[in-house]
Every structure is written in C-alpha cells, then in structure tokens.
Design a protein around this ligand. Structure first.
Ligand code: NAP
Length: 305
C-alpha cells in the first residue's frame, strides 16, 4: 500500500468520535502524525471530557502510528492558536488542518432560541475560522521564510448548507458559510502553497443516528459508515492533491461527487422602477434553473413542502 501522508502532520478537529475519528485513523494508517482534537462534550455541545480524543490516540499508537490528543474548543480563538502551536512544537511542522468539529441544535425557525442559533454558528463558523486563521498565519510565515508549504485546509460543509434542509436554519447557514469560506480562503492562500477544500459528508454517527427513520441494521451501519468519507479526506491532505482547490466534495457510502457552485442565471439590464420589476423578475425565474432538493438534484416544481 502506498502511504499517501507519510510524515505529514495533520490536525483533525472533532476527531474523538464519528467522521473525524475515521479521518484520524486513516490518516495515521497512511503515515500522518495526527493531532486528535476533541472537546469531549455531549451531542449538543455541552460539557468537556478528554476521553474520546485520548482513546483515538491510543488506537493509533497501538497500530504503530503517532498521535497526540488536544482538548481545545475549536471556537476558542486562543485555544485554537495553542492547538496549532502544539502540532508544530510536538511534530516540528503542520501540513494539514481538517476542520470537522460540529454540533446540532435543530429547530424550526419560529421556535429557535437565540442560544441555539449562537451555539451552532459559534462552533461551526468560528470553529472553522479560528483554527484556519492560526494555521494560515503559520503557513504564511513559513512561506515568507522561504520554506514554501505544501499545505492543506479541509473544511466541513453539509448538504443542509449547500442544498438546504428544513429545521436547520442555524446549521445550514453555518454550513453554507463554510462552503463560501472555503472558496474565498482557497483564493487567498494559493500564493502560500495551501489548497482549501471542503467535504459535505453523509454518515450514521451520534449526530445523525436519531434522525434515521426505522431500524438501524448492520447493513445500514456498513452502508452509512463514516469510513467511506475518510479516503477523500486522506487524499486531500496528501501532497498528491496539490492541484485541487476551492472545491466542495460530497462523500458517503452512497457516492463521491463534486458539488457545483452558484452560477449567474438569466440576466437583464438594471430596472429603475419597481413597478416594472414583476413581469421581468417572473420571466427570469421561469428561465432560471430550479433550486436543488436535499439530494442535490433540480427540484421539479419549485420548493419542497
Ligand atoms: P459527531 O459524531 O457528533 O462528531 C462531532 C465531533 O465534533 C465530536 O467528536 C465532538 O466532540 C466534536 N466537537 C463538537 N464541538 C466541538 C468543539 N467546540 N471543539 C472541538 N470539538 C468539538 O458528528 P459527525 O457526524 O461525525 O460530524 C462531523 C462533521 O460532519 C460535523 O461538522 C458535521 O456537521 C458534519 N456533517 C455530518 C453529517 C453526517 O451525516 N453525519 C452530514 C453533514 C455534515 P465531543 O462530542 O466529544 O465534544
């Protein structure tokens, strides 16, 4: 087996459980030295327990790999700086950061509390920005010192963000924001030798188990295992992926796909009088491609119920 990430140093956030844990294990199997970050909280983000990250570290070490645990809350700007410093001080460098940590607080818009909104926006958006900022500053200083990085930033979006899911205005807004963040950061960091890509994963984890209708069978667990997402992330963290940046990949046990961006649709000259807008706006909407449903396919007949 070719080890794709031999000696590369990678931070994976939220790697104590679920999808992030699979990333950490596969990256280590492919030779990466892994910083396993995990807050160790409950599904809604409450509490903190170093256990899950340490367990993943022990699993990696038992298999002959190298890893250390980190208990930072990714949305804590200072703790995120220390996490990047810990990677560099322990392993001598940082080659990739996988921003994967996340929480859910699903609620219809009319019932959503301010706290539910703030928590999801904080963990996903600030929890992507803070580690990415410190990693990017490190890579820029490496570049300025003449050691051009071959570095990777991999973020985590969701079909909820790029296509839209009812009951998740907070989560979907954060995840759409992360997709936009990815495209902008890819443009900004190209000059420093850093690629920036994004995953919209699908898997049965603590986050999604109780959203699954019907019985969870062994066959379903296998079909929706998070291990199907780890291969694309392992490749994106490797040197081999240096020519791919600014992309959102959908990955699950069902398929691997690239999401296509917003495009400018039918266009007319600007209209000064709002009284003239109606028929023109309707014609533009009729001529434009429809929005997509949660499966990423064009909706037949407009918005879902
Ligand atoms: P999960 O099993 O709940 O794992 C999420 C991980 O993030 C946990 O290990 C959690 O740690 C950690 N975490 C949460 N808040 C954190 C914080 N502030 N700082 C550090 N770590 C924190 O969920 P998952 O399904 O693997 O989700 C992984 C990512 O994929 C998330 O970004 C999620 O939104 C995204 N996603 C998942 C699916 C899916 O089908 N599963 C679909 C779309 C997107 P503790 O709980 O130990 O604190």
């Amino acid at each position: 087996m070719t080890r794709l990430c031999e000696k590369r140093v990678v931070i994976v956030t939220g790697a104590g459980r679920g999808i992030g844990r699979e990333y950490a294990l596969m990256l280590a199997e492919h030779g990466a030295k892994v910083v396993v970050n995990d807050l160790g909280g409950a599904r809604d983000g409450v509490g903190a327990d170093r256990g899950p990250a340490q367990q993943v570290v022990e699993e990696i070490r038992a298999a002959g790999g190298e890893a250390i645990a980190n208990g930072a809350d990714v949305s804590d700007f200072q703790a995120a700086a220390e996490m990047v410093r810990q990677a560099v001080e322990t392993f001598g460098r940082l080659d990739a950061l996988v921003n994967n940590a996340g929480i859910l607080r699903d609620r219809m818009l009319v019932n959503m509390t301010e706290a539910e909104w703030d928590a999801v926006i904080r963990v996903h958006l600030k929890g992507t920005f803070a580690p990415a900022h410190h990693a990017a500053a490190y890579w820029r200083s490496e570049s300025k010192a003449g050691r051009t990085p071959d570095a990777r930033l991999v973020n985590t979006s969701s079909v909820s963000g790029i296509y839209g899911n009812v009951g998740q205005t907070n989560y979907g807004a954060a995840k759409a924001g992360i997709a936009a963040f990815t495209i902008i950061a890819a443009r900004e960091l190209k000059r420093y030798g850093v690629t920036v890509n994004c995953i919209a994963p699908g898997a049965l984890t603590r986050m999604t188990e109780d959203l699954q209708p019907g019985e969870i069978t062994d066959a379903l667990r296998e079909a929706r295992s998070p291990r199907w997402i780890a291969p694309i992330v392992t490749w994106l963290c490797s040197s081999d992926s240096r020519d791919v940046t600014g992309r959102v990949f959908e990955a699950s046990g069902r398929f691997l796909a690239v999401a296509e961006a917003w495009n400018r649709g039918p266009t007319v000259d600007p209209i000064a009088d709002p009284n003239e807008i109606g028929p023109v706006a309707r014609r533009l909407v009729e001529e434009a491609r429809l929005n997509t449903g949660m499966d990423g396919k064009l909706l037949d007949g407009g918005l879902e119920d």
